[in-house]
Design a protein around this ligand. Structure first.
Ligand code: SAH
Ligand code: SF4
Length: 359
């Protein structure tokens, strides 16, 4: 481990930087392209796997460089096939990522930060507080590890930035990670989810190649939103909705609006009607997410009853809003945002006692 720091990490380097590195070694430029291809497309885990490199070069790379993949420190599978991972970065930072089998493809959920400064009241990551930004290679490293662990290379996958953290608070590194992910996954299959960081939404909209956009609204008045999502209250609803209206969408595409339903907090029919009014001018589809409870980090918060969820969805559907209810995947492995990480933090505080599932 100490030795790795004197060697150069090649994982996640853009091709231009990799080319400089190989020029420095006195190697021809096509070597950089070969290695980039092995790292980003074939997801090679070691230089030895790079079978079209001469043995002497593989040897030299092993001595002078390394691939900084995060380490899988926990892997839990739920009955529905969802697998939740805890991944440790080189400096010891632990984040989570999830693989969800869907109809005909897998969805990989990645973290953009280790913690979150938005501090949403219904989110375990928010309860953990602000953490550091992840570097592009650390985001891409989650993808590489999940793809390899689940043997998904060559299969259809979607990628969503719905793990820990607020992607648009880590804009540059998230954008750099999109270039790396884009080597094997079409940007049309990648979704960035944000709590509504308005200036960065505009910046995202100006990228020549854009991922899909999901926005976590979760409230229908500014007062309610400031209470639930304090870290984004400085961008009130009118500014956020205006930013969504000017966000450039390709033909046939919609913005996903996420709305976590919390009993007695934001699940009334009044809320549903206000939501219809707010969204009517926009090209959106609404994803209602019944709260994933956590007695330790989210005491006192519960999902609404099935009847209330249906009634809420019914108001939207009757008004012609495209709406679906997202059923929690892998509830028993703590699949909601930040929950596994929260449990690991709890365990660390308890002196590393054996893990006891809480759900
Ligand atoms: N920070 C970004 C992306 C990560 S959160 C964002 O907020 O959009 C991904 C999604 O998980 C968000 O839509 C958020 O509202 C939702 N979420 C967070 N905690 C949840 C919980 N306890 N139950 C259900 N959904 C939750
Ligand atoms: Fe951060 Fe998203 Fe959780 Fe809010 S829901 S605290 S923005 S990760």
């Amino acid at each position: 481990m100490t030795e790795s720091f004197s060697r150069r990490n090649l994982m996640g380097l853009p091709l231009a930087e990799l080319s400089e590195y190989f020029a420095g070694l006195g190697e021809p430029p096509f070597r950089a392209r070969q290695v980039y291809h092995w790292i980003c497309r074939r997801l090679a885990g070691s230089f030895q796997e790079m079978s079209d490199l001469p043995q002497r070069l593989r040897q030299r790379l092993e001595e002078e460089a390394f691939l900084a993949d995060p380490e899988i420190v926990e892997r839990r599978q739920a009955a529905d096939g969802t697998v939740k991972y805890a991944l440790r970065m080189l400096d010891g930072t632990v984040v989570e990522a999830v693989v969800m089998p869907m109809d005909g493809h897998h969805t990989l959920c990645l973290s953009a930060q280790a913690g979150c400064a938005v501090g949403c009241r219904f989110c375990v990551t928010g309860a953990l507080g602000a953490g550091r930004n992840l570097r592009a290679f650390e985001i891409f490293g989650q993808f590489r590890q999940l793809m390899r662990d689940q043997k998904l290379l060559g299969q259809r996958v979607n990628v969503v930035f719905m793990g820990m953290g607020e992607p648009l608070f880590n804009f540059d590194q998230v954008v750099a990670s999109l270039a790396l992910l884009g080597e094997t996954v079409s940007l049309r299959r990648i979704t960035v989810s944000t709590a509504g960081v308005v200036p960065k939404l505009d910046a995202l909209g100006q990228l020549p190649r854009r991922p899909n956009l999901a926005v976590s609204l979760n409230a229908t008045t500014d007062e309610q939103r400031a209470r639930l999502m304090p870290g984004v209250a400085r961008w009130p609803l009118p500014a956020l909705l205006e930013a969504l209206r000017r966000y450039p969408l390709e033909r046939g595409r919609r913005i996903t609006i996420e709305y976590v339903l919390i009993a007695e907090i934001n699940d009334s029919l009044m809320d549903a009607k206000r939501l219809v009014r707010l969204l009517t001018p926009l090209r959106v589809k609404v994803n209602l997410i019944p709260l994933n409870p956590d007695p330790v980090y989210l005491p006192g918060l519960a999902p609404p009853s099935e009847e209330r969820i249906s009634a809420f969805a019914g108001v939207l559907a009757a008004a012609g809003v495209n709406v679906s209810v997202r059923r929690s995947k892998g509830l028993e492995v703590a699949a909601a945002c930040g929950q596994l990480r929260g449990q690991l933090a709890g365990r660390a505080r308890n002196g590393g006692l054996a893990f006891l599932p809480r759900l």
